[in-house]
Design a protein around this ligand. Structure first.
Ligand code: PMP
Length: 402
């Protein structure tokens, strides 16, 4: 995988920030987009724009085909059946869909929902809502040395656990969870197993059937695509579920007092969906397939190792995350300097990193900090990016250190 060739596909990377080369190290928040994805969205509006599913004229047929082809491409990418792919806005909406359409109907008083201390708020707040409404308990498995404490997880997985929801890869620690093993334990306990794959699908080969997840959520915008998300669900479970949102496109029949739902996945896609965004996501998947997900992962491992090694040169730095078995997300603090100040100083050198709680306040609490800085890499990141970043960290240290 030649990064210098990949970089040419990303128009934004030629931009200068404060007269400096753009060093984009915030791909965990959102990825940049290759020209093929940008062109797919443009092509949809320029040549095929119309609404889908509801008409028999040529243009509408083309739009429908583009949208449904994207669904097929995404399904193949994660080893799912086409009808098991539901397009949503993002991971957050996917998990809320599950909370309203599955958990609110299946979780009862006295039940438990088991998550971990390293979850993003998107994989916490929907379950808080369900547990409060139903008189159920939200239980957190602890982390230890930046990884999930499996002993604690097993202790907290009981007959009362009806749902287990775990991040595949942490957006703060970079930790990659063994979701296949966790899923087996969850199923043995009789629980439904949900995976938040927002930080995994963009970076590694994911096979939802191999993992045996009942549901798996991820965001297109973190994997080179536009702002669209995906919820995978096992067909036999989706078939039994009530819809989340009600309105156009999701019905077979409507009478004054009643309605018959459409088949999955359309039962869960009420109203006009994100058609151009789906077209862009289909292209994003093709781009990743052409690189090969094993190569994507290899590049990330090499660059993360290099970055972690170079960060050891920076005085007074604390890094939060495991040394290996991790994704390309590196969180740290420079002594007592606030992460927002670190980000602002780095911005002067064209370096984009994020600072704050990263929508993971219970994790911040477990780490004993209010906030951390986070650098995150992707396929277009290279050693030059890391070198500029390390140099800028040195400057921040000189300027802000005590
Ligand atoms: N889960 C994880 C692990 C994430 O990193 C994010 C995005 N930061 C989300 C969920 C939410 O994704 P989105 O904002 O696309 O809904």
């Amino acid at each position: 995988m030649k990064t210098e060739n990949i970089r040419k596909d990303f128009p934004i990377l030629i931009r200068k920030i404060n007269g400096k080369r753009l060093v984009y190290l915030d791909s965990a928040a959102t990825s940049q987009k290759p020209i093929s994805v940008i062109n797919a969205v443009k092509d949809f509006y320029e040549n095929h724009n119309s609404n889908i599913h509801r008409s028999v004229y040529k243009l509408a047929e083309e739009a429908t085909e583009i949208y449904e082809n994207a669904r097929r491409t995404v399904a193949e990418f994660i080893g799912a059946k086409t009808e098991e792919i539901i397009f949503v806005r993002n991971t957050t909406e996917a998990l809320n869909l599950l909370a309203y359409a599955w958990a609110m109907r299946n979780i009862q008083k006295g039940d438990e929902v088991l998550i971990t201390e390293m979850e993003h708020h998107s994989n916490i707040l929907p379950w808080q809502m369900v547990c409060k409404a139903k008189g159920a308990r939200l239980v957190y498995a602890n982390i230890r040395n930046f990884v999930l404490d499996m002993k604690d997880f097993k202790n907290k997985l009981t007959k009362r656990t009806k749902l287990v929801s775990v991040t595949h890869s942490s957006n703060v620690l970079g930790t990659i969870n063994d979701v296949k093993a966790i899923g087996r334990l969850a199923h043995d306990a009789g629980a439904v197993f949900v995976v938040d794959g927002a930080q995994a699908v963009p970076h590694m080969k994911v096979d939802v059937k191999d993992i045996d997840a009942d549901f798996y959520a991820f965001s297109g915008h973190k994997m080179l695509g536009p702002h669209i998300g995906v919820l995978y669900g096992k067909k036999h479970i989706l078939d039994k579920m009530e819809p989340f949102l009600r309105g156009g496109s999701m019905i077979k029949d409507v009478t004054q007092q009643d309605a018959v739902w459409n088949d999955v996945p359309w039962k869960f896609e009420a109203g006009t969906p994100m058609i151009a965004e789906a077209a862009g996501l289909g292209e994003a998947v093709k781009y990743l397939n052409a690189l090969g997900m094993d190569n994507v992962r290899k590049h990330e491992i090499q660059l993360t190792e290099y970055c972690l090694k170079r960060m050891k040169e920076v005085a007074g730095i604390d890094v939060y995350g495991p040394e290996s078995g991790r994704g390309g997300v590196i969180s740290f603090n420079l002594g007592k300097v606030h992460p927002h100040d670190v980000s602002a100083i780095l911005d002067n050198d064209g370096v984009c990193i994020r600072g704050g709680h990263h929508c993971a306040k219970p994790l911040m609490h477990a780490l004993g900090v209010d906030a951390v800085s986070r650098a995150s890499v992707y396929i277009y990141s290279d050693r030059d990016d890391i070198d500029v970043f390390i140099k800028a960290l040195g400057k921040a240290n000189e300027k802000l250190g005590d």
